[in-house]
Design a protein around this ligand. Structure first.
Ligand code: SAM
Length: 294
């Protein structure tokens, strides 16, 4: 049962042929449903974005009215259409080595930890999108794994089944690779023929370091066993309201070892959200021991 109550099919929507613009009440329903299900805040200024993305679902289902679609969404007991709607609504912009200082810090932290005898390392790429972030993590840590014989695993999660499928496949267009330094590109990617130009497949040695799973940030507690040394949650909280962000950073604190590191996007901040962390530098936070004041 969806959390948006009974919905009257909108009479404002086109009934003959193509759908017309989205009515204010249909927009409000999409805003509420998507906020309830994903935490994503879609303000009225996002009307054009909501319209164009929902229209993709109308086309796929050969429907011509947002109201009819909302009714279909509400009546779909399988939940499959909600998955499809979330897939089209989520913004998945990402790239390899995005915000590269985070990977430099991970590189030096791992060298320190490994030289102090640490053998087991767990990293979480929370909101991994199409896989560029977790595979960048894998490229960054692989040399440490070999040098120090580390037992290192990377968990990568996202709400969108579409981006997870792409991430698992690990195959990218050539232009997606421009931010990868050449030596790493040559070492970890292999060209394969593809439609519209060559594609590049991530090597098996990187792939086997990463486990992909679907996880929705709005569903607490997160179904994860074990504790992490590093959590990357970058450029996702920016779409959520303060209440969800607060719950998320507390949940990350529960899942981080004391001394573990949380990295968030450069345009994000934990300021005022939690006292379980100490700021190392903007967008990088150290998990404190319980009971230690921030
Ligand atoms: C802009 S991408 C960030 C990708 C990567 N972390 C980076 O910084 O390049 C944001 C991701 O958050 C995911 N997302 C949005 N709402 C979510 C939710 N409620 N639970 C889990 N992931 C969510 C989207 O599917 C999308 O892939």
């Amino acid at each position: 049962m969806l959390g948006f109550g009974k919905k009257k099919v909108s009479e404002a929507n086109g009934m003959n042929g193509m759908h017309s613009g989205m009515s204010a009440s249909d927009l409000a329903t999409f805003q509420k449903v998507l906020h309830d299900k994903t935490g994503i805040v879609l303000t009225d200024s996002k009307r054009a974005l909501v319209e164009s993305r929902v229209t993709q679902r109308l086309r796929a289902l050969k429907m011509n009215s947002y109201g009819v679609y909302l009714q279909y969404l509400q009546e779909d007991q399988s939940g499959e259409e909600m998955v499809q709607l979330i897939d089209v609504i989520s913004t998945n912009i990402t790239k390899f080595f995005r915000e590269p200082d985070h990977f430099e810090l991970l590189d030096s932290s791992l060298e320190n930890w490994a030289s102090q005898g640490m053998k087991h390392v767990r990293i979480w790429s929370a909101a991994c999108s199409t896989g560029e972030e977790p595979y960048t993590l894998a490229m960054t840590v692989h040399k440490h794994v070999l040098k120090h014989r580390l037992d290192l695993k990377i968990l990568a999660t996202d709400i969108s089944t579409r981006v997870l499928a792409h991430a698992k496949a690990g195959v990218y267009d050539e232009d997606r690779l421009v931010t990868i330094p050449d030596p790493l590109k040559n070492k970890y990617f292999r060209a394969q023929p593809g439609q519209g130009g060559p594609k590049y497949a991530v090597s098996e040695q990187l792939k086997k370091m990463v486990m992909f799973h679907r996880l929705n940030f709005t569903v607490f507690p997160y179904p994860i066993k074990g504790m992490f040394d590093v959590i990357f949650c970058r450029n996702a909280m920016i779409y959520f309201d303060r209440d969800l962000r607060t719950r998320m950073v507390r949940e990350f604190a529960r899942l981080l070892k004391p001394g573990g590191i949380l990295m968030i996007g450069h345009s994000e901040t934990l300021m005022g959200l939690d006292n379980l962390y100490r700021t190392i530098k903007p967008s990088v936070y150290l998990r404190l021991n319980d009971g230690v004041d921030g």
